[in-house]
Design a protein around this ligand. Structure first.
Ligand code: NAD
Ligand code: IPM
Ligand code: MN
Length: 361
């Protein structure tokens, strides 16, 4: 028997609504197994900040760091809310977790599921995964503003790319490609961002010699957005920097039939720190509290978590249950809870006992 300790951060807006469903699915997926989950809930996000002034205390960070994994809904308030101007929840909480826990791989799979109305009339067989670097790039916050607020202001953002950081994420991406369709696309903007672009390109070339059976391709990020719309089936594994990966994965969510389907794992592959699983979407203040958010992304993030713990049977059962649910999404719109319940109902003893498919995310 095995115990998994989990930090649950429901967060703001639709976060608690979708996490409630994700937890139900997790509990059901592990019921009848010899794995027990202990959960500790952390009230973090814009709501906590407005109440207490805390963004992420050292005590909370320590407690979260001691867990086996983190399940997070979404954090952040309504974009532009003046009360949150000084808090910077995104940097002080979400990015702080990703950076402190060394989540250098941000894994974001995309599939166009049969039956889902994609905005693309003929998407083809879309099944790719974006390996987004998670701890470097323009996200490091290594910039500043000179003469702020004057006509002579100069605002700089610095993108940090280290040989160590690029090598480890590129290596992960090659390994991922090798376990899939053996096709890796580096996405960057080497024609303009020449220094970091050169490091990424040289790293992919060098690591690629160790993976001779993986076919390597390169696209500038602007062109990558074209192909993601016109021919997304061409992609298998995309490796890219933190910011390009952020943008491409919202686009990927949209073409797959909605951001409510897009799951992600912030991975620390070595297991030194707990990995964190969360939907790609945010707190969606525009639809919060109405039970209309799609919990699928949060539920598929649970599947990624199960995979991370090598619980492949359970992970595959959750993915299959989601797939079956999605295939029948034609009737009247359902509430967040109804979707969660329908997916839980598909996780029968039989579904949980079957062999996993020979497939990976
Ligand atoms: P958002 O992803 O919250 O919303 C964008 C649009 O997608 C909205 O119209 C929303 O209603 C819709 N949407 C999002 N999730 C949905 C779901 N599950 N089902 C149905 N529709 C869904 O992005 P935003 O509006 O730019 O950001 C809102 C807040 O969330 C901001 O504070 C932002 O910083 C934060 N944010 C947090 C995370 C995170 O915690 N991981 C991620 C992205 C944004
Ligand atoms: C995401 C979000 C975050 C990011 C923000 C909220 C910091 O957009 O998880 O995609 O940019 O990584
Ligand atoms: Mn994003």
């Amino acid at each position: 028997s095995r115990t998994l300790s989990l930090a649950v951060i429901p967060g703001d807006g639709i976060g608690p609504e979708v996490i409630a469903e994700a937890e139900k699915v997790l509990d059901r997926a592990l019921s009848g197994s010899d794995i027990s989950v202990t959960k500790e809930r952390f009230s973090l996000g814009a709501a906590r900040y407005l109440e207490t002034g805390d963004v992420l205390t050292d005590d909370d960070l320590d407690a979260i760091s001691s867990k086996d994994a983190i399940l997070l809904g979404a954090v952040g308030g309504k974009p532009g809310d003046p009360r949150l101007k000084d808090a910077n929840i995104e940097r002080g909480l979400l990015l702080k977790l990703r950076f402190s826990l060394d989540h250098y791989v941000n894994l974001r799979p995309t599939r166009v599921y049969p039956g889902v109305p994609s905005p693309l009339s003929d998407a083809g067989d879309v099944d790719f995964v974006v390996v987004r670097e998670g701890t470097e790039g323009p996200y490091v916050g290594n910039g500043g503003s000179i003469r702020e607020g004057t006509d002579h202001e100069i605002a700089n953002e610095v993108s940090v790319n280290t040989a160590y950081g690029v090598d480890r994420v590129v290596r992960f991406a090659f390994e991922k490609a090798q376990s899939r369709r053996r096709r890796l696309t580096l996405v960057h903007k080497t024609n303009v961002l020449v220094f970091s672009g050169s490091l990424w390109k040289r790293t992919v070339d060098a690591v690629g010699t160790e993976f001779p059976d993986v076919e390597v391709d390169y696209l500038h990020v602007d062109a990558a957005t074209i192909f993601m719309v016109t021919d997304p089936a061409r992609f298998d594994v995309i490796v890219t920097d933190n910011l390009f990966g952020d943008i491409l994965t919202d686009l990927a969510g949209a073409i797959s039939g909605g951001i409510g389907l897009a799951a992600s794992g912030n991975l620390n592959p070595a297991g030194t720190f707990p990995s964190m699983f969360e939907p790609v979407h945010g707190s969606a203040p525009d639809i919060a509290g109405q039970q209309i958010a799609d919990p699928t992304a949060a539920i598929l993030s649970v599947a990624l978590m199960l995979d991370h713990f090598s619980l492949t049977t359970q992970a595959a059962a959750v993915s299959k249950a989601v797939e079956a649910d999605i295939a029948e999404r034609t009737g009247a719109p359902r509430t967040t809870t109804e979707i969660g319940d329908a997916i839980v109902a598909r996780l029968t003893g039989e579904a949980l006992a079957s062999e996993p498919r020979q497939e990976e995310n």
